[in-house]
Design a protein around this ligand. Structure first.
Ligand code: 2P0
Length: 359
């Protein structure tokens, strides 16, 4: 098997696997940009297949952390322009030190199971996996239980991951995760509100455009405040959250679907009416959504869409309807690749020390 360890010596090496998530109520707009404190509560479904795997080990004699992309140290591509991750790791180290020593630069290798920057939250799973791997390598904890024994809970990991990228705080716990804003940055928190076995939903991600988005999410969050629609959006979100929670609790997909389509459309309407107008999708996505809605109105399809800051719709449906939906999409849009996913569990940490020979 191919080695996935950062280098040949595996001392303290660990592997973190963190899921991506799809927001059903969006985090869009920050009350404090430096702290990634959100303007509103958001809610996401954790994905089962789309994830980031990050390995980390402490390395002697390195001045800065080394970060590379890939599945093997032999073929990994060193990360360029990784100042944000370096800064984040130094900030994280000071947090971890309140629980014990966190010494040494880290040798890090990371890989996504999906294409990044195109409507699947790569910064969410990326910063969640980076956080967990770094904390694992510094503390020597071999799994989540050992972290807990050191006093480091999933709430700590989530709050730390959020500082790297806001949506990453929803990629530590699994199932349906609510990120609560609180009345101050210290009071914000994210955690499971319904487990993945409460309701298994399929998510078909339709790859209409694989190119990287032109306006980063961080920039999009800032622009959103210039939209005249933002005030209206903020005033209605707690009511929508209440209805979304009820729909998930009662496993009512038609109700949930109607709500998440309004939510996604509203978020994009805000972006399209910002002073620096931002269109994250174009005619192909509009045509696809129209087709979906027409088919649904005709009773041919039972699926509802949401869209992140990108052009690729996520279609939520019951698992037993996946085959029919996939067939219909392939027949009508043969050029679009489909990534199939479903509700999944939370992040995991494992030690690679004993396994180094076998990888
Ligand atoms: C979300 N998105 O709730 C929303 C919906 C995209 C659309 O959170 O600046 O990459 O790193 O905190 O987390 C994407 O924003 O932004 C995002 P930063 P992030 O998933």
């Amino acid at each position: 098997m191919v080695s996935i360890l950062p280098t040949s010596s595996a001392t303290g090496a660990c592997r973190a696997t963190a899921p991506s998530n799809i927001a059903l109520i969006k985090y869009w707009g920050k009350s404090d940009a430096s702290l990634n404190w959100p303007a509103n509560d958001s809610l996401s479904m954790t994905l089962s297949r789309a994830h980031t795997v990050t390995t980390a080990k402490k390395s002697q004699g390195m001045a800065a952390h080394r970060i590379a992309f890939g599945t093997s140290s032999d073929t990994a591509i060193p990360a360029r322009d990784n100042g944000k991750a370096q800064q984040y790791l130094e900030w994280l180290r000071t947090e971890v030190r309140t629980f014990g020593p966190a010494e040494g630069a880290l040798d890090i290798l990371t890989n996504n199971s999906f294409p990044s920057s195109c409507g699947i939250a790569s910064s969410a799973s990326g910063f969640a996996a980076l956080t967990l791997a770094a904390v694992g390598a510094w503390t020597g904890a071999k799994n989540m239980d050992q972290l807990k024994a050191l006093g480091i809970s999933t709430a700590h990991l989530s709050a730390w991951a959020r500082r790297g990228s806001g949506s990453a705080c929803r990629s530590i716990d699994g199932g349906f995760v609510r990120w609560t804003r609180g009345n101050s940055p210290e009071q914000q928190s994210a955690g499971t509100i319904f487990c993945d076995d409460h309701w298994q939903l399929a998510d078909l991600i339709v790859m209409i455009d694989r190119s990287a988005k032109k306006v980063s999410s961080t920039e999009g969050h800032a622009r959103t405040w210039t939209s005249p629609l933002m005030k209206m959006r903020m005033s209605g979100l707690s009511e929508r959250m209440k209805h979304v929670l009820e729909a998930i609790e009662s496993r009512d997909l038609e109700r949930l679907g109607t709500l998440i389509e309004t939510e996604a459309t509203e978020m994009h309407a805000v972006m399209m009416t910002a002073i620096q107008r931002t269109d994250y999708f174009g005619t192909p996505t509009i045509n696809f959504i129209s087709w979906l809605r027409n088919r649904r109105a005709a009773g041919n399809i039972e699926a509802w869409f949401t869209l992140d800051a990108g052009a690729n719709p996520h279609l939520l449906c019951h698992p037993q309807h996946v085959a029919h939906l996939r067939e219909q999409i392939i027949k009508n849009f043969p050029d679009y690749k489909i990534l199939e996913d479903q509700t999944g569990g939370g992040a995991k940490l494992e030690s690679l020390e004993e396994k180094s020979d076998g990888h």
